[in-house]
Design a protein around this ligand. Structure first.
Ligand code: SF4
Length: 510
Protein backbone atom coordinates (compact mmCIF):
# COMPACT_ATOMS: atom_id res chain seq x y z
CA UNK A 1 0.00 0.00 0.00
CA UNK A 2 3.05 2.27 -0.08
CA UNK A 3 3.48 4.29 -3.23
CA UNK A 4 6.77 3.58 -5.01
CA UNK A 5 8.60 6.73 -4.18
CA UNK A 6 11.64 6.42 -6.40
CA UNK A 7 13.84 8.62 -4.22
CA UNK A 8 13.55 6.20 -1.32
CA UNK A 9 13.66 2.80 -2.95
CA UNK A 10 16.67 0.90 -4.11
CA UNK A 11 15.55 -0.40 -7.54
CA UNK A 12 18.04 -3.27 -7.43
CA UNK A 13 16.55 -4.46 -4.19
CA UNK A 14 13.02 -4.34 -5.59
CA UNK A 15 14.03 -6.54 -8.47
CA UNK A 16 15.29 -9.30 -6.19
CA UNK A 17 12.23 -9.92 -4.08
CA UNK A 18 11.94 -13.58 -3.18
CA UNK A 19 9.61 -15.25 -5.71
CA UNK A 20 7.89 -17.14 -2.90
CA UNK A 21 6.72 -13.83 -1.51
CA UNK A 22 5.46 -12.45 -4.77
CA UNK A 23 2.02 -11.84 -3.37
CA UNK A 24 3.57 -8.94 -1.50
CA UNK A 25 5.13 -7.52 -4.64
CA UNK A 26 1.94 -7.47 -6.71
CA UNK A 27 -0.89 -6.35 -4.46
CA UNK A 28 -4.27 -5.48 -5.86
CA UNK A 29 -4.81 -1.81 -5.14
CA UNK A 30 -8.31 -0.86 -4.31
CA UNK A 31 -9.91 2.35 -3.14
CA UNK A 32 -12.36 1.89 -0.28
CA UNK A 33 -15.47 3.83 0.63
CA UNK A 34 -16.31 4.90 4.14
CA UNK A 35 -20.06 5.23 4.57
CA UNK A 36 -19.71 5.64 8.35
CA UNK A 37 -17.55 7.75 10.61
CA UNK A 38 -17.07 4.81 12.97
CA UNK A 39 -14.99 1.87 11.81
CA UNK A 40 -14.39 -1.61 13.26
CA UNK A 41 -11.28 -1.88 11.07
CA UNK A 42 -12.24 -5.27 9.76
CA UNK A 43 -10.80 -4.82 6.26
CA UNK A 44 -7.16 -3.73 5.85
CA UNK A 45 -6.51 -0.87 3.44
CA UNK A 46 -5.07 -1.77 0.05
CA UNK A 47 -4.79 1.48 -1.88
CA UNK A 48 -1.52 3.35 -2.37
CA UNK A 49 -0.33 6.07 -0.03
CA UNK A 50 2.88 8.07 0.06
CA UNK A 51 5.58 7.02 2.50
CA UNK A 52 5.39 10.48 4.09
CA UNK A 53 1.68 10.01 4.78
CA UNK A 54 2.35 6.53 6.15
CA UNK A 55 4.65 8.07 8.71
CA UNK A 56 2.74 11.26 9.50
CA UNK A 57 -0.70 9.68 9.82
CA UNK A 58 0.67 7.10 12.24
CA UNK A 59 2.35 9.81 14.33
CA UNK A 60 -0.87 11.83 14.47
CA UNK A 61 -2.82 8.81 15.67
CA UNK A 62 -0.12 7.97 18.17
CA UNK A 63 -0.47 11.41 19.74
CA UNK A 64 -4.12 10.67 20.43
CA UNK A 65 -3.47 7.18 21.79
CA UNK A 66 -0.65 8.43 24.04
CA UNK A 67 -2.91 11.17 25.42
CA UNK A 68 -5.72 8.68 26.02
CA UNK A 69 -3.33 6.44 27.92
CA UNK A 70 -2.04 9.42 29.90
CA UNK A 71 -5.64 10.37 30.80
CA UNK A 72 -6.21 6.91 32.20
CA UNK A 73 -2.90 7.00 34.12
CA UNK A 74 -3.90 10.39 35.53
CA UNK A 75 -7.27 9.00 36.65
CA UNK A 76 -9.30 11.42 34.58
CA UNK A 77 -13.03 10.70 34.54
CA UNK A 78 -14.68 9.76 31.22
CA UNK A 79 -16.13 13.26 31.00
CA UNK A 80 -12.73 14.90 31.65
CA UNK A 81 -11.11 12.57 29.15
CA UNK A 82 -13.65 13.44 26.47
CA UNK A 83 -13.20 17.16 27.13
CA UNK A 84 -9.42 16.78 26.96
CA UNK A 85 -9.27 14.57 23.86
CA UNK A 86 -11.95 16.23 21.73
CA UNK A 87 -9.83 19.24 20.63
CA UNK A 88 -6.82 16.99 20.07
CA UNK A 89 -8.91 14.73 17.88
CA UNK A 90 -10.10 17.77 15.93
CA UNK A 91 -6.46 18.68 15.39
CA UNK A 92 -4.84 15.37 14.59
CA UNK A 93 -7.50 12.84 13.68
CA UNK A 94 -10.65 14.70 12.82
CA UNK A 95 -13.68 12.66 11.80
CA UNK A 96 -16.77 14.63 10.87
CA UNK A 97 -20.25 13.16 10.80
CA UNK A 98 -22.11 12.59 7.53
CA UNK A 99 -24.58 15.25 8.65
CA UNK A 100 -21.78 17.87 8.57
CA UNK A 101 -21.88 17.93 4.77
CA UNK A 102 -24.74 18.32 2.29
CA UNK A 103 -23.16 15.54 0.22
CA UNK A 104 -23.06 13.22 3.24
CA UNK A 105 -20.49 10.45 3.22
CA UNK A 106 -19.64 11.06 -0.45
CA UNK A 107 -17.99 14.35 0.47
CA UNK A 108 -14.28 14.01 -0.42
CA UNK A 109 -13.27 15.81 2.78
CA UNK A 110 -15.02 13.18 4.89
CA UNK A 111 -13.57 10.36 2.79
CA UNK A 112 -10.06 11.76 3.28
CA UNK A 113 -10.52 12.02 7.04
CA UNK A 114 -11.78 8.45 7.22
CA UNK A 115 -9.02 7.17 5.00
CA UNK A 116 -6.42 8.67 7.33
CA UNK A 117 -8.17 7.13 10.32
CA UNK A 118 -8.34 3.72 8.63
CA UNK A 119 -4.73 3.66 7.42
CA UNK A 120 -3.25 5.05 10.62
CA UNK A 121 -5.01 2.33 12.63
CA UNK A 122 -3.52 -0.43 10.47
CA UNK A 123 -0.06 1.16 10.39
CA UNK A 124 -0.01 1.21 14.18
CA UNK A 125 -1.14 -2.42 14.20
CA UNK A 126 2.13 -3.20 12.44
CA UNK A 127 4.07 -1.20 15.01
CA UNK A 128 2.32 -2.62 18.07
CA UNK A 129 1.78 -6.28 17.34
CA UNK A 130 5.28 -7.58 18.07
CA UNK A 131 4.90 -8.27 21.81
CA UNK A 132 2.02 -9.25 24.02
CA UNK A 133 2.45 -6.16 26.16
CA UNK A 134 2.27 -3.84 23.16
CA UNK A 135 -0.75 -5.71 21.77
CA UNK A 136 -2.58 -5.45 25.08
CA UNK A 137 -1.87 -1.74 25.45
CA UNK A 138 -2.80 -1.02 21.85
CA UNK A 139 -6.09 -2.88 22.19
CA UNK A 140 -6.87 -0.98 25.38
CA UNK A 141 -6.25 2.50 24.00
CA UNK A 142 -7.82 1.79 20.62
CA UNK A 143 -10.85 0.47 22.53
CA UNK A 144 -10.93 3.69 24.55
CA UNK A 145 -10.78 5.76 21.36
CA UNK A 146 -13.56 3.73 19.76
CA UNK A 147 -15.72 4.03 22.89
CA UNK A 148 -15.22 7.78 23.00
CA UNK A 149 -16.20 8.15 19.37
CA UNK A 150 -19.14 5.78 19.70
CA UNK A 151 -20.49 7.73 22.66
CA UNK A 152 -20.12 11.09 20.97
CA UNK A 153 -21.57 9.95 17.62
CA UNK A 154 -25.02 11.33 16.83
CA UNK A 155 -27.80 8.84 17.50
CA UNK A 156 -28.97 8.37 13.92
CA UNK A 157 -25.53 7.74 12.44
CA UNK A 158 -24.60 5.47 15.31
CA UNK A 159 -27.70 3.39 14.64
CA UNK A 160 -26.86 3.20 10.93
CA UNK A 161 -23.36 2.05 11.78
CA UNK A 162 -24.60 -0.62 14.18
CA UNK A 163 -27.11 -1.84 11.63
CA UNK A 164 -24.28 -2.24 9.10
CA UNK A 165 -22.36 -4.64 11.35
CA UNK A 166 -22.84 -8.32 10.91
CA UNK A 167 -22.69 -9.04 14.62
CA UNK A 168 -24.09 -12.24 15.97
CA UNK A 169 -27.21 -10.81 17.63
CA UNK A 170 -30.54 -12.50 17.88
CA UNK A 171 -33.57 -10.33 18.49
CA UNK A 172 -35.71 -11.40 21.47
CA UNK A 173 -39.30 -11.99 20.37
CA UNK A 174 -42.20 -10.18 22.05
CA UNK A 175 -43.45 -13.50 23.39
CA UNK A 176 -40.07 -14.30 25.02
CA UNK A 177 -39.87 -10.77 26.43
CA UNK A 178 -43.21 -11.20 28.11
CA UNK A 179 -42.24 -14.62 29.51
CA UNK A 180 -38.94 -13.36 30.94
CA UNK A 181 -40.09 -9.87 31.96
CA UNK A 182 -39.86 -10.55 35.71
CA UNK A 183 -36.36 -12.06 35.31
CA UNK A 184 -35.26 -8.95 33.40
CA UNK A 185 -36.63 -6.71 36.15
CA UNK A 186 -34.89 -8.73 38.87
CA UNK A 187 -31.56 -8.80 37.07
CA UNK A 188 -31.29 -5.26 35.73
CA UNK A 189 -31.14 -2.34 38.18
CA UNK A 190 -33.47 0.61 37.57
CA UNK A 191 -35.26 -1.19 34.74
CA UNK A 192 -38.93 -0.30 34.27
CA UNK A 193 -41.66 -2.47 32.82
CA UNK A 194 -42.09 -0.01 29.98
CA UNK A 195 -38.40 -0.43 29.06
CA UNK A 196 -39.12 -4.10 28.40
CA UNK A 197 -42.29 -3.56 26.45
CA UNK A 198 -41.10 -0.62 24.34
CA UNK A 199 -37.38 -1.27 23.87
CA UNK A 200 -35.51 -3.69 21.64
CA UNK A 201 -33.72 -6.66 23.27
CA UNK A 202 -31.00 -8.97 21.97
CA UNK A 203 -29.66 -12.38 22.91
CA UNK A 204 -25.89 -12.90 22.68
CA UNK A 205 -23.40 -15.43 24.08
CA UNK A 206 -22.68 -14.20 27.58
CA UNK A 207 -18.87 -14.18 26.97
CA UNK A 208 -19.31 -11.40 24.45
CA UNK A 209 -20.53 -8.95 27.11
CA UNK A 210 -18.19 -9.52 30.07
CA UNK A 211 -18.61 -5.93 31.33
CA UNK A 212 -22.37 -6.31 31.69
CA UNK A 213 -22.15 -9.76 33.24
CA UNK A 214 -19.48 -8.69 35.69
CA UNK A 215 -21.49 -5.64 36.75
CA UNK A 216 -24.63 -7.88 37.13
CA UNK A 217 -26.62 -5.58 34.87
CA UNK A 218 -28.28 -8.21 32.68
CA UNK A 219 -30.16 -11.47 32.83
CA UNK A 220 -28.27 -14.62 31.74
CA UNK A 221 -29.92 -17.93 30.89
CA UNK A 222 -28.67 -21.01 29.07
CA UNK A 223 -25.38 -19.29 28.19
CA UNK A 224 -27.23 -16.38 26.58
CA UNK A 225 -27.19 -12.82 27.88
CA UNK A 226 -30.36 -10.77 27.35
CA UNK A 227 -29.25 -7.26 26.55
CA UNK A 228 -31.41 -4.14 26.14
CA UNK A 229 -30.56 -2.14 23.03
CA UNK A 230 -29.37 0.81 25.13
CA UNK A 231 -26.48 -1.42 26.30
CA UNK A 232 -25.52 -1.98 22.71
CA UNK A 233 -22.24 -0.17 23.16
CA UNK A 234 -20.90 -2.98 25.36
CA UNK A 235 -21.60 -5.49 22.63
CA UNK A 236 -20.10 -3.41 19.87
CA UNK A 237 -17.07 -2.67 22.03
CA UNK A 238 -16.60 -6.33 22.88
CA UNK A 239 -16.75 -7.10 19.14
CA UNK A 240 -14.20 -4.37 18.51
CA UNK A 241 -11.82 -5.81 21.13
CA UNK A 242 -12.19 -9.38 19.86
CA UNK A 243 -11.54 -8.47 16.26
CA UNK A 244 -8.60 -6.30 17.16
CA UNK A 245 -7.00 -8.96 19.34
CA UNK A 246 -7.34 -11.53 16.56
CA UNK A 247 -6.07 -9.05 13.98
CA UNK A 248 -3.01 -8.22 16.07
CA UNK A 249 -2.18 -11.92 16.49
CA UNK A 250 -2.33 -12.38 12.72
CA UNK A 251 -0.24 -9.29 12.15
CA UNK A 252 2.38 -10.53 14.63
CA UNK A 253 2.73 -13.73 12.63
CA UNK A 254 3.19 -11.81 9.39
CA UNK A 255 5.69 -9.36 10.85
CA UNK A 256 8.91 -11.24 9.99
CA UNK A 257 8.08 -10.85 6.28
CA UNK A 258 8.10 -7.10 6.69
CA UNK A 259 11.79 -7.20 7.58
CA UNK A 260 12.58 -7.29 3.90
CA UNK A 261 11.27 -3.74 3.52
CA UNK A 262 13.93 -1.47 4.95
CA UNK A 263 11.78 1.60 4.33
CA UNK A 264 9.21 0.53 6.91
CA UNK A 265 11.18 -1.18 9.67
CA UNK A 266 12.85 1.97 11.05
CA UNK A 267 9.54 3.84 11.01
CA UNK A 268 7.71 1.03 12.78
CA UNK A 269 10.44 0.66 15.39
CA UNK A 270 10.36 4.35 16.10
CA UNK A 271 6.59 4.33 16.43
CA UNK A 272 6.60 1.50 18.95
CA UNK A 273 9.31 3.26 21.00
CA UNK A 274 7.13 6.35 20.96
CA UNK A 275 4.27 4.51 22.60
CA UNK A 276 5.88 4.53 26.05
CA UNK A 277 6.44 8.24 25.91
CA UNK A 278 5.98 10.28 22.75
CA UNK A 279 9.13 11.91 21.45
CA UNK A 280 9.11 15.54 20.40
CA UNK A 281 11.35 18.23 19.06
CA UNK A 282 11.22 21.86 19.97
CA UNK A 283 9.93 24.18 17.25
CA UNK A 284 11.75 27.52 17.00
CA UNK A 285 8.58 29.30 18.09
CA UNK A 286 8.61 27.32 21.34
CA UNK A 287 11.63 29.24 22.57
CA UNK A 288 9.89 32.62 22.24
CA UNK A 289 8.61 33.98 25.55
CA UNK A 290 7.15 37.43 25.27
CA UNK A 291 8.03 39.71 28.17
CA UNK A 292 10.69 37.39 29.60
CA UNK A 293 14.28 38.42 30.22
CA UNK A 294 16.48 35.45 29.45
CA UNK A 295 20.13 36.10 30.17
CA UNK A 296 22.95 34.69 32.27
CA UNK A 297 21.75 36.38 35.45
CA UNK A 298 18.06 35.45 35.09
CA UNK A 299 18.61 31.70 35.19
CA UNK A 300 18.51 31.52 39.00
CA UNK A 301 15.04 33.06 39.36
CA UNK A 302 13.75 31.24 36.27
CA UNK A 303 14.85 27.90 37.73
CA UNK A 304 11.68 27.93 39.87
CA UNK A 305 9.86 26.98 36.65
CA UNK A 306 12.23 24.16 35.69
CA UNK A 307 11.19 20.51 35.69
CA UNK A 308 12.88 18.29 38.22
CA UNK A 309 15.60 17.09 35.82
CA UNK A 310 16.79 20.65 35.22
CA UNK A 311 16.18 21.78 38.81
CA UNK A 312 18.47 18.97 39.89
CA UNK A 313 21.17 20.00 37.43
CA UNK A 314 20.88 23.64 38.46
CA UNK A 315 21.04 22.86 42.17
CA UNK A 316 24.00 20.51 41.68
CA UNK A 317 25.80 23.16 39.65
CA UNK A 318 25.26 25.77 42.35
CA UNK A 319 26.40 23.35 45.06
CA UNK A 320 29.50 21.93 43.33
CA UNK A 321 30.33 24.81 40.98
CA UNK A 322 30.68 22.12 38.34
CA UNK A 323 28.76 19.56 36.24
CA UNK A 324 30.09 16.56 34.36
CA UNK A 325 29.94 16.27 30.58
CA UNK A 326 26.43 14.86 29.99
CA UNK A 327 24.98 17.13 32.67
CA UNK A 328 26.49 20.14 30.93
CA UNK A 329 25.19 18.96 27.57
CA UNK A 330 21.63 18.29 28.80
CA UNK A 331 21.53 21.60 30.65
CA UNK A 332 23.15 23.71 27.91
CA UNK A 333 20.63 22.50 25.33
CA UNK A 334 17.75 23.13 27.74
CA UNK A 335 19.00 26.69 28.33
CA UNK A 336 19.37 27.15 24.60
CA UNK A 337 15.72 26.01 24.27
CA UNK A 338 14.77 28.72 26.78
CA UNK A 339 16.09 31.30 24.35
CA UNK A 340 19.43 31.95 26.06
CA UNK A 341 21.92 33.21 23.47
CA UNK A 342 25.27 31.48 23.05
CA UNK A 343 27.12 34.50 24.42
CA UNK A 344 24.94 34.54 27.54
CA UNK A 345 25.26 30.79 27.87
CA UNK A 346 29.06 31.10 27.86
CA UNK A 347 28.84 33.81 30.54
CA UNK A 348 26.48 31.62 32.57
CA UNK A 349 28.85 28.64 32.54
CA UNK A 350 31.94 30.76 33.14
CA UNK A 351 30.33 32.39 36.19
CA UNK A 352 29.04 29.05 37.46
CA UNK A 353 32.44 27.34 37.34
CA UNK A 354 33.81 29.46 40.14
CA UNK A 355 36.73 27.24 41.02
CA UNK A 356 38.57 27.26 37.69
CA UNK A 357 40.59 29.87 35.83
CA UNK A 358 39.61 31.58 32.59
CA UNK A 359 42.31 29.67 30.84
CA UNK A 360 40.96 26.28 31.95
CA UNK A 361 37.42 27.30 31.03
CA UNK A 362 38.47 28.42 27.57
CA UNK A 363 40.51 25.29 27.03
CA UNK A 364 38.14 22.65 28.36
CA UNK A 365 34.57 23.95 28.28
CA UNK A 366 34.06 26.82 25.83
CA UNK A 367 34.23 24.61 22.72
CA UNK A 368 31.46 22.27 23.87
CA UNK A 369 29.03 25.12 24.52
CA UNK A 370 29.77 26.62 21.09
CA UNK A 371 29.38 23.15 19.54
CA UNK A 372 25.93 22.71 21.13
CA UNK A 373 24.86 25.99 19.54
CA UNK A 374 26.29 24.97 16.13
CA UNK A 375 28.96 27.67 16.22
CA UNK A 376 31.79 25.19 15.66
CA UNK A 377 32.17 21.57 14.51
CA UNK A 378 29.37 19.26 13.46
CA UNK A 379 28.20 18.41 9.97
CA UNK A 380 26.67 20.84 7.51
CA UNK A 381 23.18 20.24 8.90
CA UNK A 382 24.18 20.95 12.49
CA UNK A 383 26.41 23.91 11.64
CA UNK A 384 24.58 27.11 12.44
CA UNK A 385 21.77 25.35 14.30
CA UNK A 386 23.54 23.02 16.65
CA UNK A 387 21.67 20.36 18.59
CA UNK A 388 18.06 20.32 19.73
CA UNK A 389 17.17 20.36 23.42
CA UNK A 390 16.63 16.82 24.69
CA UNK A 391 13.08 15.51 24.92
CA UNK A 392 11.87 13.48 27.91
CA UNK A 393 12.10 10.34 25.81
CA UNK A 394 15.75 10.95 25.05
CA UNK A 395 16.59 11.81 28.66
CA UNK A 396 14.69 8.80 29.94
CA UNK A 397 16.14 6.27 27.55
CA UNK A 398 19.68 7.35 26.63
CA UNK A 399 22.91 7.66 28.64
CA UNK A 400 21.75 6.78 32.15
CA UNK A 401 23.81 8.71 34.71
CA UNK A 402 26.73 6.96 36.36
CA UNK A 403 28.25 7.66 39.74
CA UNK A 404 28.88 11.38 40.34
CA UNK A 405 26.74 12.38 37.34
CA UNK A 406 23.58 14.47 37.65
CA UNK A 407 21.95 14.28 34.24
CA UNK A 408 18.98 12.07 33.37
CA UNK A 409 15.48 12.15 34.82
CA UNK A 410 15.17 11.95 38.63
CA UNK A 411 11.84 10.13 38.30
CA UNK A 412 13.65 7.36 36.49
CA UNK A 413 17.21 7.48 37.71
CA UNK A 414 16.84 8.28 41.43
CA UNK A 415 15.94 5.82 44.18
CA UNK A 416 12.46 6.48 45.59
CA UNK A 417 13.96 7.91 48.81
CA UNK A 418 16.25 10.29 46.96
CA UNK A 419 13.45 11.29 44.61
CA UNK A 420 11.12 12.03 47.53
CA UNK A 421 13.82 14.13 49.26
CA UNK A 422 14.48 16.09 46.08
CA UNK A 423 10.78 16.73 45.56
CA UNK A 424 10.44 17.93 49.15
CA UNK A 425 13.44 20.23 48.78
CA UNK A 426 11.76 21.78 45.74
CA UNK A 427 8.55 22.37 47.71
CA UNK A 428 6.46 19.31 46.81
CA UNK A 429 5.18 18.26 50.22
CA UNK A 430 1.64 17.08 49.54
CA UNK A 431 1.36 13.49 50.76
CA UNK A 432 -1.14 12.44 48.10
CA UNK A 433 1.10 13.78 45.35
CA UNK A 434 4.16 12.04 46.76
CA UNK A 435 2.20 8.79 47.03
CA UNK A 436 0.96 9.19 43.46
CA UNK A 437 4.50 9.83 42.25
CA UNK A 438 5.69 6.68 43.96
CA UNK A 439 2.93 4.64 42.30
CA UNK A 440 3.73 6.15 38.89
CA UNK A 441 7.41 5.38 39.31
CA UNK A 442 6.66 1.81 40.44
CA UNK A 443 4.68 1.35 37.22
CA UNK A 444 7.45 3.00 35.19
CA UNK A 445 5.25 5.93 34.20
CA UNK A 446 7.99 8.46 34.78
CA UNK A 447 6.64 11.33 32.69
CA UNK A 448 3.21 10.86 34.25
CA UNK A 449 4.81 11.42 37.68
CA UNK A 450 6.35 14.61 36.32
CA UNK A 451 2.96 15.76 34.96
CA UNK A 452 1.34 14.93 38.29
CA UNK A 453 3.78 17.25 40.08
CA UNK A 454 3.26 19.95 37.45
CA UNK A 455 -0.51 19.80 37.81
CA UNK A 456 -0.27 19.99 41.58
CA UNK A 457 2.18 22.92 41.51
CA UNK A 458 0.01 24.86 39.06
CA UNK A 459 -3.40 23.74 40.27
CA UNK A 460 -4.86 27.20 40.86
CA UNK A 461 -3.50 28.68 37.63
CA UNK A 462 -4.74 25.74 35.53
CA UNK A 463 -8.20 26.10 37.01
CA UNK A 464 -8.18 29.80 36.25
CA UNK A 465 -7.12 29.56 32.58
CA UNK A 466 -9.67 26.80 32.07
CA UNK A 467 -12.44 28.78 33.74
CA UNK A 468 -11.75 32.01 31.90
CA UNK A 469 -11.24 30.11 28.62
CA UNK A 470 -7.83 31.67 27.82
CA UNK A 471 -6.27 28.24 27.35
CA UNK A 472 -7.79 25.38 25.43
CA UNK A 473 -7.64 21.77 26.61
CA UNK A 474 -5.06 21.09 23.88
CA UNK A 475 -2.76 23.66 25.50
CA UNK A 476 -2.66 21.47 28.59
CA UNK A 477 -1.88 18.12 27.03
CA UNK A 478 0.66 15.79 28.60
CA UNK A 479 4.12 17.32 28.90
CA UNK A 480 6.79 15.29 27.11
CA UNK A 481 9.56 17.86 26.85
CA UNK A 482 11.42 19.72 29.62
CA UNK A 483 11.21 23.00 27.70
CA UNK A 484 7.45 22.62 27.44
CA UNK A 485 7.35 22.20 31.21
CA UNK A 486 9.31 25.41 31.65
CA UNK A 487 7.35 27.48 29.19
CA UNK A 488 3.97 26.31 30.44
CA UNK A 489 4.96 26.90 34.04
CA UNK A 490 6.30 30.35 33.26
CA UNK A 491 3.18 31.40 31.37
CA UNK A 492 0.82 30.04 33.98
CA UNK A 493 2.60 31.59 36.96
CA UNK A 494 3.20 34.93 35.32
CA UNK A 495 -0.21 35.10 33.69
CA UNK A 496 1.64 36.33 30.59
CA UNK A 497 -0.56 36.94 27.58
CA UNK A 498 1.32 34.65 25.24
CA UNK A 499 -0.03 32.08 22.84
CA UNK A 500 -0.19 28.94 24.94
CA UNK A 501 -0.70 26.91 21.79
CA UNK A 502 2.99 27.36 21.15
CA UNK A 503 3.89 25.73 24.41
CA UNK A 504 3.95 22.13 23.18
CA UNK A 505 6.39 20.96 20.55
CA UNK A 506 4.45 20.18 17.43
CA UNK A 507 6.66 17.68 15.69
CA UNK A 508 7.76 14.29 16.76
CA UNK A 509 11.39 13.61 16.09
CA UNK A 510 11.95 10.88 13.53
FE1 SF4 B 1 12.53 16.16 32.99
FE2 SF4 B 1 10.86 14.89 31.37
FE3 SF4 B 1 11.84 13.68 33.58
FE4 SF4 B 1 10.04 15.65 33.77
S1 SF4 B 1 9.73 13.60 32.83
S2 SF4 B 1 11.88 15.42 34.99
S3 SF4 B 1 10.65 16.99 32.11
S4 SF4 B 1 12.98 14.33 31.78
Amino acid sequence: MIRNDSARIDPKRRATIDHRKKQFATPTYQQQDYPHRLNLYHVPPTAEIRLEDFEQWAIDRLRILAELEACSFRNKTPAETTEHIKPLLDNWLRLDANSSSPQGCTDLRLQDQRRKDHYSHFILRLAFSSTEDLRRRFTRVEGALFRLRFQTENARERQEFVASLSLDWEAVSDQEKRTLAQDFLNATPNLKKSDIEDGGWFKVDFETVPELVEARRIFVKGGKAYVPSKEQMSIVLAGFHDRLEQGLELTARALPRLDEDDRLSPILNHLSNNFAIPDSTLADSDTALSGATINASSIDPLSAHFPLCMRNLHMTLRKNNHLKHFGRLQYTLFLKGLGLTMEDCLIFWRQSFKLITDETFNKEYRYNVRHSYGDVGGDAVRRGRGYSPFSCQKILTEHPPGSGESHGCPYRHFSVDNLTSLLQVTGVNDRDVLRGVKEDVDKKRFHIACNRVFEWAHKAEIRQVKDDGTWKAADLDTIVHPNTYFKRSYLLKRGVADDPGQSQPDNMEM
